[in-house]
Design a protein around this ligand. Structure first.
Ligand SMILES: C[S@@+](CC[C@H](N)C(=O)[O-])C[C@H]1O[C@@H](n2cnc3c(N)ncnc32)[C@H](O)[C@@H]1O
Length: 278
């Protein structure tokens, strides 16, 4: 695992409070990579990523889902509308909580979705109360990932699934050149640490979960950053980011570094699904 000691929870919350509007403007209702198999639009590619995770996690009609790090509610709404799931979303950001709650009303699925503004690292939830713990690109922001998976293992029912998509450090990210690339990503994208496939496997295993699926989707997702770098490479956006907060400018400036981290093998993008034994 590669860590960056200077990332704080307040900075993560502040980033999502400030940047959510811009994510929506430049990328759409999901704050995650697209999954490409051909030349689909980014919107379709983002949808494909959700559908691939839902398929791997055996999401079925009526499942109770905890959407950890729910952003603008993109996954929560899709799971409610397409699969008839009953979803609880959690986000650290008050702006996102209001945004996702409104979006679920506009989409006519507010009855099936509850959005909480909470820290998943300190929340208390009833044991065995979910069929699926779902998290797309949130565990990167967690400070104690092993503890999160222990909690997730208690919140999911026996036989239920924990389904994760995450930015990963490469297995050999200790090599100085790779380490510095991953540390630059942790700093720019506010990740207190990035684990490898091996780290996630051991956290899940130690929490009593059985890993069923492990996909490396790096080559299918990296186009995200070509598109995002091109869409945000405008002087007024960089000017505005600098005015808002230097951390937002650093975030924008690190888009090319993320693409380079994937292409040099310093980082990977993973889909991991584990099951709580019966
Ligand atoms: C990259 S966004 C992903 C959003 C959403 N999963 C999606 O795919 O559109 C990361 C999300 O994690 C949330 N997050 C980060 N740390 C968190 C924490 N400790 N507790 C709850 N949510 C957290 C942020 O508020 C944000 O919604």
């Amino acid at each position: 695992m590669i860590s960056h000691p200077l990332v704080s929870k307040a900075a993560i919350r502040n980033h999502y409070d400030l940047a959510t509007f811009f994510y929506r403007l430049f990328w759409g209702p999901h704050i995650h990579h697209g999954l490409w198999t051909a030349d689909e639009s980014p919107r379709v590619a983002q949808q494909q990523l959700i559908d691939a995770l839902a398929f791997s996690a055996h999401v079925t009609s009526g499942d109770r889902v905890l959407d950890v790090g729910c952003g603008m509610g993109g996954s929560s709404i899709h799971l409610a509308k397409r699969f008839g799931c009953c979803v609880t979303g959690i986000t650290l950001s008050g702006v996102q909580q209001r945004w996702a709650s409104r979006a679920s009303r506009w989409q006519g699925c507010a009855d099936s979705i509850t959005i909480l503004c909470e820290d998943v690292e300190s929340i208390t939830l009833a044991p065995s109360s979910y069929d699926v713990i779902w998290s797309i690109e949130c565990t990167e922001h967690l400070f104690d990932k092993a503890a999160f998976f222990r909690n997730a293992a208690s919140w999911v029912r026996p036989g239920g699934h924990v389904a994760i998509c995450a930015w990963l450090a490469a297995h050999d990210a200790d090599i100085p050149e790779k380490r510095s690339r991953v540390e630059a990503i942790c700093e720019g994208f506010l990740c207190p640490s990035l684990g490898s496939f091996e780290d996630y496997r051991s956290w899940l295993h130690d929490a009593g979960l059985r890993v069923e699926v492990e996909y490396d989707w790096t080559e299918h997702v990296e186009r995200t950053w070509e598109i995002c770098a091109a869409r945000t490479d405008r002087p007024w956006i960089k000017w505005l980011a600098t005015k808002l907060d230097p951390a937002q400018r650093l975030f924008l400036d690190r888009f090319p570094s993320l693409l380079a981290a994937y292409r040099t093998g310093a980082m990977r993008y993973g889909c991991i699904v584990a099951r709580r034994p019966l």
